[in-house]
Ligand binder design. Structure first.
Ligand code: PAF
Length: 287
């Protein structure tokens, strides 16, 4: 359906309600865009892909406590439901699924989805709860909403790899669409967490995309040693006082195993703590 035909996004928070609505869409294609809210242009881009591809689109907003460790930023994760609803209505989203914690994790909830291997790298090393929480909630959302298509951004490259692996391994009948990362005009990768940065921290955060661009140039000039490229990224980011590098990974984009040399298609992925926010960014280099 097109945006012009839509006036209102229906907001539902129970499983019964969302099932009734999605039952009514049977025979038509349904796209799901799972989010944790505080929607930005990166999310809007995912939603537009779903609106273009599918007859109906459900967006979910659920700040999933199970993907945060106790020391992480769950309590300060940004939210603004009325602003999000306005944005969804402005582009003609059919339904917002906005469950509360008890709906997703009722008392007695005991199941976790664990994807092995790729979760041991990058963010999985320092955020042990993250991917178990993500895989569990995404599978729940798939089972509740029952879409044929689901849309995820490549900014969370590892998350996408985990969701693709889970979907393949468990024969889940949902087509996973990868949507390229979207940047602010100055290069900062769009993220809800950017709103927790002060203006000064935001300037420092530009060192992430700057270091990735610099690496691309170096690779184009024939520098392919991961050690050298990693050191160079480190120098650019560490030159901004107060930045704390969690990891710089130069790895295979599928297995996420580290590479000593940039040969063939290679992922450079970074995580850096700046003030209250832990930011991630990545780019693909090589053929
Ligand atoms: O990318 C996110 O916002 C979350 O990790 C997701 C996929 C909605 C699961 O909570």
């Amino acid at each position: 359906m097109t945006a012009e035909l839509k006036q209102q996004t229906v907001v539902v928070s129970t499983i019964d309600e969302i099932r009734k609505l999605t039952d009514a869409f049977r025979g038509e294609t349904l796209g799901l865009v799972p989010t944790m809210g505080y929607l930005h242009d990166g999310h809007m881009n995912l939603i537009k892909q779903s609106l273009n591809k599918c007859d109906h689109t459900v967006v979910s907003i659920f700040i999933n406590p199970r993907q945060f460790s106790p020391s992480e930023d769950l309590d300060i994760y940004p939210n603004n439901l009325s602003r999000d609803i306005e944005k969804l209505e402005s582009i003609g989203v059919d339904v917002l699924f906005y469950p509360n914690r008890d709906t997703i994790y009722p008392e007695g909830f005991k199941t976790n989805i664990q994807v092995d291997g790729i979760t041991q790298h990058l963010c999985g090393k320092s955020r042990p709860e993250l991917f178990k929480g993500v895989a569990t909630v995404v599978l729940k959302l798939f089972n509740i909403v029952r879409p044929q298509h689901a849309f995820f951004g490549e900014k969370d490259w590892q998350q996408l790899a985990v969701i693709e692996t889970m979907t393949r391994d468990l024969n889940i009948d949902v087509h996973i669409h990868r949507v390229p990362l979207i940047r602010e005009p100055d290069g900062l990768a769009m993220s809800s967490r950017n709103s927790n940065l002060s203006p000064e921290e935001r300037k420092k955060a530009l060192s992430l995309s700057r270091s990735l661009n610099d690496s691309k140039e170096k690779v184009n000039r024939g520098i392919t040693s991961s050690k050298q490229l990693r050191q160079n990224i480190k120098n650019i980011i560490a030159a901004e006082p107060g930045t704390q590098i969690d990891y710089i990974s130069i790895c295979d984009p599928i297995s996420l195993e580290e590479k000593e040399e940039v040969k063939g298609r290679t992922l450079i992925a970074l995580a850096v703590k700046i003030g209250p926010a832990r930011l991630i960014d990545n780019c693909i280099i090589g053929d």
